[in-house]
Design a protein around this ligand. Sequence first.
Ligand code: ADP
Ligand code: ASP
Ligand code: MG
Length: 447
Amino acid sequence: MFVIKFGGTSVTKPESVANIAILVKKHIDEKPILVVSALSGITDLLVKINAVNSDSEQQNIIEQIIEKHDNWIDTVFVNDESAKQDAHFIVGNFLKELKQILLIGFTNQFARHDSVVSFGEKISSALISLYLQKKNINAKQVLATSCIITDNNFGGADFIDAATVKASKKAILPLVDAGIVPVITGFIGATTKGEITVLGRGGSDYSAAIIAYATNSDEVQIWTDVNGVYSADPRVIQSAKLLKSLSYQEAAELAMFGAKVLHPRTIQPAVKIGIPVRVLNTFNLDNTGTIITGNADNSDGIIKSVTWRKLAPLLNIYSADMFLSKGFLQKVFAILTKKGISANLLSASEVSVSITLDNIGLLDEALIELNKFAKTDYLDKFGTISLVGEKIMQTPNLMQDLFNIFQEANVPVQMLSYSASNINISVLVPSEKILDVVPIIHKKFIG
Ligand code: ADP
Ligand code: ASP
Ligand code: MG
């Protein structure tokens, strides 16, 4: 049994949709469980619905959602009128349900947001399931609300371990045992009270890993639109190298520090039971992709990858008299946590702490509380560049060469962070300079 996840592009383009059926047929005896994302662009439109107020604006966005699905139906089910009819019926029903939700007065706007944005995956999983049925595959749509049980951190929920294992086994295993291929919605889950939650943007990778963990599957495969994980985003750095393998730690760091190919939390459930995560290309079925396991291996070189995050705002917090005493750091982090802010990099001195923010949560409220006992400044035009690789510090002259590059390119380095695990060196630089230096850094350290 293994879990295969198909991302937005993979479920949108007719050629990759055809490849999904080919893959499922080829591996049918290995009992595949599918997890799918929404069609490309649909989640963005659903997010927009939440942001507009008037009925006409909402209607306009719904029309765009209909148009994108209609185009999909026309190209994927070309010459099959009965399939087209079934597919239109599916989309129509879900959109009717969406319109009803838009009329309900939610007391919690975050809960409303998640209910609305869940429709992309609800529709895509039903359509992909229908497509597979038309290809004579015994497939069935499964809503992850019956498998992934989460906390109520709407917008970026996390799964509750025991409840998810129990629910997933109950919802998925009888289907697999009966020879049915479950087609599960990525991205979404539900609280113990049954409220719909989402796992964060790009979260379908995480969904796949959670399902693999909960069903004790042998492997998770993330099928996307590139051949695997590269030494840098291959759409930006043409000379980027495809990596044959990565350790869990390397993959987690790479995702956390900007490589969009994997959602940052994907690795966590896989590590728990030591199952491999493979990244593969739905548009090129012959490639072998990248395998991520517990083993560090230097066959791709010591420095595996250069990643960047265009936006990593910096929060500096100064306290002349009480730093490192009277629980200063503890107080700072308690406030950040309470206001939904998570940190990425951290650097501390005797009198100050600098933190780059992964997400800004309720920043204004946090600043008011922090300013009661410290001085703060917030700089939002910065981003990070990171070098990732186990044993990275074995690279001769690493720091010297890196800083020479910044000096020659006249790029000021605002902060440096080097993780104790020796896996990641990150520097904070002005966002607008990142793409000037990334190609130079990649060339110098990876080639
Ligand atoms: P999906 O819709 O399949 O989830 P994403 O767009 O989320 O796909 O992720 C795939 C994209 O990630 C690629 O098209 C590529 O541009 C980008 N990417 C960024 N960094 C990397 C990297 N190091 N290796 C591979 N792809 C990367
Ligand atoms: N559809 C969701 C998003 O666009 C989840 C995903 O694609 O992984 O963020
Ligand atoms: Mg993705």
